[in-house]
Design a protein around this ligand. Structure first.
Ligand SMILES: NC(=O)c1ccc[n+]([C@@H]2O[C@H](COP(=O)([O-])OP(=O)(O)OC[C@H]3O[C@@H](n4cnc5c(N)ncnc54)[C@H](O)[C@@H]3O)[C@@H](O)[C@H]2O)c1
Ligand SMILES: [Zn+2]
Length: 360
């Protein structure tokens, strides 16, 4: 099974993808020195399912377990304070390794804590959702939300390793799995035509949780993300391509009201809207947009946005614009497997895309 390496100037780290990894103590222990303390952060959904083997693997590391309530609502500074309190209370020193066992929420919280606890301690990502396995656990973005905005407090802080066990996806609710598939499709659409074609041929096996197909799709996605992060760790350039589908997607996610649409569901429709816009601007051939539409549908994802007015949709996209200093930036497709970032989108084309998706 593959071990990818994410190389950065400050050092590299392995991303290990292996079915059954959670049941193999030697894989989990790799990189944690003898007798060093570990603190495992998980939540009350993932803990009952997957904590036992991780705890057993670290039995000789005096493991501290911190179990958070489930949900995005936990991504706050107050949770960080609670975790720090537990770490200090248990006398965890600077040699302690934090282990994130859960989805992107647990990963973002744990990574952020690791980056600030006593000025930084090592941490390991053990992602258990598809989204976390192909996206959030790789690349070193950590953070929590502020009442004024999502992910507004955070750091770039790389883990010492990422351990991915695709078997954990068996317990993930189908809706969450489909949401993760949106990000997988994203990698094919924006940069890897061959992978896109592979996904077209294997989407049914992915939806049916075929182990070999899942492992391949996760590996290819992690490779794509790692390549972009290695080229542009802090999102000064190409990393922005990973936002394909996200400008429209964020508007859908927020417009629908947080919690009603999963992030990946919104990104799925967002990619279709971005493809439609690309067709209108003469960049993408209509059959390519149709293939994307068919793939998103085959993943079990929605293909139409929630009913929103054009005015509110544009306003929601402008929130992204403010975050990026001036103009709304779109990632557009030149073909399946090739993308570019642009802020030059004429309003009539944008309005036509919104109208085509029932937003007027
Ligand atoms: N750091 C990054 O680069 C980055 C990138 C994308 C998203 N994110 C963040 O990731 C978060 C979303 O992550 P997510 O989609 O994994 O959501 P999540 O962590 O909330 O997990 C989704 C749900 O699945 C449950 N769960 C997790 N693993 C399970 C399993 N194996 N079986 C059954 N249930 C399981 C969780 O408890 C939760 O209820 C957001 O906060 C987002 O901002 C970060
Ligand atoms: Zn995303």
């Amino acid at each position: 099974m593959p071990i990818l390496t994410l190389d950065l100037p400050q050092g590299g780290y392995p991303i290990r993808i292996e079915a059954g990894a959670l049941k193999r103590p030697e894989i989990l222990q790799a990189g944690v020195a003898e007798r060093r303390r570990v603190a495992i952060v998980t939540n009350d959904v993932v803990g009952p399912l997957y904590l036992a083997p991780v705890l057993a693997a670290f039995a000789r590391h005096d493991p501290l377990v911190i179990t958070l309530p489930d949900g995005e609502a936990q991504k706050t500074l107050s949770t960080i304070d609670t975790i720090v309190d537990r770490l200090l209370g248990a006398h965890c020193d600077r040699q302690t390794t934090l282990i994130a066992l859960g989805g992107g929420v647990v990963g973002d919280i744990t990574g952020f804590t690791a980056s600030v606890y006593q000025r930084g301690v090592p941490f390991i990502q053990i992602p258990t959702t598809l989204l976390a396995q192909v996206d959030s656990s790789v690349g070193g973005k950590t953070g929590v939300n502020h009442v004024r905005g999502k992910n507004m407090i955070g750091t770039f802080y790389q883990p010492v390793s990422v351990i991915i066990d695709p078997d954990t996806l068996a317990t993930l609710p189908p809706r969450e799995r489909a949401a993760g598939l949106a990000e997988v499709i994203k990698y094919g659409a924006l940069g890897d035509a061959e992978f896109f074609a592979w996904l077209e041929a294997h989407m049914a096996s992915l939806v049916a949780l075929d182990g070999a197909s899942l492992a391949f799709a996760i590996e290819r996605s992690c490779r794509a993300k790692a390549a972009v992060v290695m080229a542009d760790e802090r999102e000064a350039g190409v990393r922005a391509l990973l936002n394909f589908g996200h400008t429209f997607g964020h508007a859908i996610e927020t417009g629908a009201g947080y919690g009603n649409w999963l992030h990946g569901e919104a990104v799925g429709v967002g990619m279709l809207m971005a493809a439609d816009l690309s067709v209108r601007l003469g960049l993408l051939a209509p059959p390519a947009a149709a293939r994307l539409q068919a793939l998103v549908a085959a993943a079990g994802l929605p293909t139409v946005p929630p009913p929103l007015s054009a005015a509110s949709f544009l306003e929601l996209m402008a929130v992204d614009k403010k975050a990026q200093g001036g103009r709304i930036r779109f990632v557009l497709l030149h073909g399946l497997g090739s993308a570019e970032v642009t802020a030059d989108v004429p309003m009539p084309a944008l309005s036509a895309t919104l109208a085509r998706f029932g937003i007027s």
